[in-house]
Design a protein around this ligand. Structure first.
Ligand code: ZN
Length: 462
């Protein structure tokens, strides 16, 4: 592979460039750094791309780029057009004192690059850019390549539709969409994912009194918002892990034969998960196989509850308020709108059922947040073989085919714009620790990513 040789010859230069990008602390809400990162990418992409634009939105800019096939590589009049999606915003580095090296000063230790945003997602999309550049330099880029770099993925990409709608024609002739994000499978095998679960979040904010009070002096009369909210939440989930909201499972898709077969081929060992997660038992729907729970089923998760004060700040009080947030992961055919409606209907039902629930809910504010549609590409399409072959070439190993990945990405926006199949090929190893201190990406995995992207771009022109 000539293009990969060219990468190896210039590896240090590419890493230096990636490190420059990493040093820009483009945390989603840090407007100045986000702008610097977008400008950096704009300049970088302009070195080889035929077209680059920063699309302004009501939030952070979205950077798009396009490379047309190079002249001596156009073998027929029809050329495949591939779209890569990535995001250049990063999570905040907190808790900062748990980092062994400064989060925005990349450092290589034991073959891993440590830095905030290296795996999620700068290192991963940069592997695509490197692959494109290496082919371009040799005049061997034989397909149309497009790229979209999101600046607000970590906030749920609230304005990506706005950006896409401004440049609809850019997405018209795309044949397939590739996203490299998230960690590879926990078994350390290279991974090809055919979709992702969707999500909707909901926040319950219950204030039952004017202030926190002494739990001895007022215990017995001031209502406790935590207990009250728990009584509401308990109506939504059974001890067996089933969501009790009526209609919640109604639209859940039936996986195809190929999807079921792929799930079976994963041959998941519960013990590996127990070890990796440090758990002694599993959550959610206890009557279903592990793989189904991980990819074919929705979840109903409390992502946090906040009230009163505990541990070293403990006070013997009745708190005045509680905030609880849920994230609900959705599978194909479920929509955020429908789930929102079902949650509201459930709460309405409670109000009508009992005076007790009614008076709690009267004081409870309910806000729905981030939502993504679930996305699923059938395994039976011809792209599957091309992708498997490219990953095999890049990683020197047979990839796992995962019908539905756990995380949620703004894939539905891209699907709406392109109506084309989309795939996720993570280039970060399973313990990348994205969103956590000491986020890292193995140099070896970065290189395998570059090699995979080169193989893919080569095989698409055949
Ligand atoms: Zn992330």
């Amino acid at each position: 592979m000539k293009a990969f040789d060219s990468f190896k010859d210039n590896k240090q230069d590419f890493l230096d460039e990636l490190f420059d990008l990493i040093r820009i602390p483009s945390i989603s809400r840090d407007k100045a750094s986000v702008t610097t990162a977008a400008n950096w990418l704009d300049n970088k992409l302009k070195q080889t791309a035929d077209y680059v634009e920063q699309i302004e939105t009501s939030g952070n800019p979205v950077v798009i780029a396009e490379w047309r096939p190079q002249i001596d590589e156009i073998s027929s009049s029809v050329s495949t057009s591939i779209l890569f999606y990535g995001h250049y915003d990063v999570q905040p580095p907190d808790p900062i004192d748990e980092w062994l090296s400064p989060p925005f000063e990349p450092e290589i230790r034991d073959g891993r690059i440590f830095a905030r945003g290296i795996g999620d997602n700068k290192g991963q999309f940069f592997a695509h850019i490197v692959a494109i550049e290496c082919l371009h330099k040799l005049n061997k880029l034989g397909v149309r390549v497009k790229m979209i770099l999101d600046g607000e993925e970590e906030l749920g990409s609230p304005y990506i539709d706005e950006a896409i709608n401004k440049r609809k024609e850019f997405f018209n002739d795309v044949d397939l969409v590739i996203v490299s994000d998230g960690p590879a499978d926990p078994t350390w095998k290279p991974t090809l994912e055919f979709g992702a679960r969707g999500i909707i979040t909901v926040q319950f904010e219950l204030q039952t009194a004017k202030g926190d009070v002494h739990s001895g002096n007022f215990g017995g009369i001031q209502p406790n918002p935590v207990w009250d909210l728990i009584s509401i939440l308990k109506t939504m989930k059974s001890d067996q892990g089933k969501c009790l909201i009526e209609g919640f499972y109604d639209n859940v898709f039936t996986p195809s034969e190929a999807a079921l077969k792929a799930a079976e081929d994963l041959d998941r060992d519960p013990e590996i998960y127990k070890k990796q997660l440090g758990v002694t038992y599993f959550g959610e729907e206890k009557d279903l196989p592990l793989t189904h729970r991980l990819m074919f089923r929705p979840t109903f998760n409390i992502r946090g509850i906040c009230s009163g004060s505990v541990r070293e700040n403990a006070r013997t009080i009745i708190p005045k308020e509680v905030v609880a947030e849920l994230d609900i992961r959705l599978v194909p055919n479920q929509t955020p709108e429908r789930i929102e409606q079902l949650v509201l209907e459930h709460l309405q039902g409670l109000k009508e059922k009992s005076q007790n629930y009614a008076q709690i809910l009267e004081r409870c504010k309910i806000n729905f947040g981030t939502s993504f549609y679930p996305m699923f590409t059938p395994l039976e399409l011809p792209w599957t073989d091309i992708l498997v072959k490219s990953i095999r070439e890049g990683f020197d190993e047979e990839p796992l085919k995962i019908p539905l990945a756990g995380g949620s990405l703004p894939l539905y926006s891209l699907y709406k714009a392109t109506k084309k199949p989309m795939y996720i090929i993570p280039y970060a190893q399973p313990d990348e620790d994205n969103h956590a201190p000491n986020e890292n990406m193995m140099v070896e995995w970065f290189e395998k990513g570059v090699k995979t992207s080169i193989a893919l771009l080569n095989s698409l022109k055949e």
